[in-house]
Write a protein that binds this ligand. Structure first.
Ligand code: NDP
Length: 313
């Protein structure tokens, strides 16, 4: 049985920042990278809003840099998944898909969240060519253009108003005749002149030009679910805002979660309901979901792990 002072699960900005801090504090962390090494940023192209990169950086390169930095201080980064976690006693016992069993004195969960897509084949094809799940990350590329936001919750309302500041026109496409978003967010949507809400509309297909690896979306075909009428909106950007699913299945019935599955952490803290288990990044944050906020909570989780271990002696 292997032993570690700190096991980090997940390898997005939260996981790697936790690893950098934990390794520098001599906790010799072991990190399991998970299903999508590098996390959600590896699916974006340009990251322009992470401080310290004046010319921007592409997501996969940034995650490679974070991995190198975490490894430089001795993080044992492993390609693989944690498949079982027993949090009943400390040290916690975990199993990985490489067959290893590990005893961990602290665990930092940084497994992130997964954006929901409609699941259309054309949506998949135009990812990186006009289809995005993050307006704050990619909106800048659509300055002065027409775009569509799909969804009717707070995320959709927030993304639509964010995009309306820089885009020519934003179509908010929603499948019902009322928004799920909070009244305050709805008001902002209705008061923004360049947002047009298309009620009772569903997406049928995304269309565009494809030449080899170069793809450029130029329209979305919609169906009015009351009349069955089809119409095409001419847009260059398509932003899904259908919500996210936190990657917390492994911790069902083990840690306190909210009704949507996000891990609940203490105020001003990354502590979960089990002492010694910390959560950082999108797995515990459904509001901000930014690389920089995830990195911030990753730092907090490592500092809290170190403090927790110090208190056990
Ligand atoms: P929600 O689950 O609240 O909303 C998802 C939206 O997508 C709904 O309008 C839903 O439609 C629509 N949708 C889902 N699946 C489909 C589908 N297959 N086809 C068409 N439409 C679909 O997710 P959010 O990300 O908006 O919000 C999640 C949580 O985070 C909420 O509690 C929210 O309040 C919170 N949040 C808070 C923010 C803030 O305070 N600033 C910002 C962002 C989120 P329908 O309504 O018909 O079900």
């Amino acid at each position: 049985m292997e032993k570690t002072k700190c096991l980090i699960i997940g390898s997005g900005p939260a996981g790697f920042t936790a690893a950098i801090y934990a390794a520098r504090a001599d906790l010799s962390p072991i990190m399991y990278e998970g299903l999508q090494p590098g996390g959600q940023l590896t699916t974006t192209t340009e990251v322009d809003n992470f401080p310290g990169y004046p010319d921007g950086i592409d997501g996969p390169t940034m995650m490679e840099d974070l991995k190198k930095q975490a490894s430089r201080f001795g993080t044992d980064v492993r390609w693989g998944m944690i498949t079982e976690v027993d949090t009943t006693n400390r040290p916690f016992r975990v199993k990985a898909d490489d067959g290893k069993e590990i005893e961990a004195e602290t665990i930092i969960i940084a497994t992130g969240a997964t954006a929901k897509y409609l699941g259309l084949e054309s949506e998949e094809r135009f990812k990186g060519g006009g289809v995005s799940a993050c307006a704050t990350c990619d909106g800048f590329f659509y300055k002065g253009k027409d775009v569509a936001v799909i969804g009717g919750g707070d995320t959709a309302a927030e993304e639509a108003t964010y995009l309306a500041n820089m885009c020519n026109k934003v179509y908010l496409v929603h499948r019902r005749d009322e928004l799920r978003a909070s009244k305050a967010m709805q008001k902002r949507v209705f008061n923004t002149p360049n947002i047009e809400v298309l009620w009772n509309h569903e997406v049928k297909e995304i269309v565009g030009v494809e030449e080899g690896f170069n793809k450029a979306l130029n329209g979305v075909i919609l169906v009015n679910n009351k009349t069955n009428e089809e119409n095409k909106i001419d847009v260059e950007g398509y932003f899904v805002a259908l919500g996210h699913t936190p990657n917390t299945e492994l911790f069902n019935d083990k840690l306190n979660m909210d009704e949507t599955g996000y891990l609940i952490t203490g105020p001003d803290s990354t502590a979960t309901s089990i002492p010694g288990v910390f959560a950082a990044g999108d797995v515990q944050d459904k509001i901000f979901r930014q690389a920089i906020t995830a990195a911030g909570t990753g730092c907090m989780a490592a500092l809290e792990s170190e403090r927790f271990l110090g208190e056990q002696i």
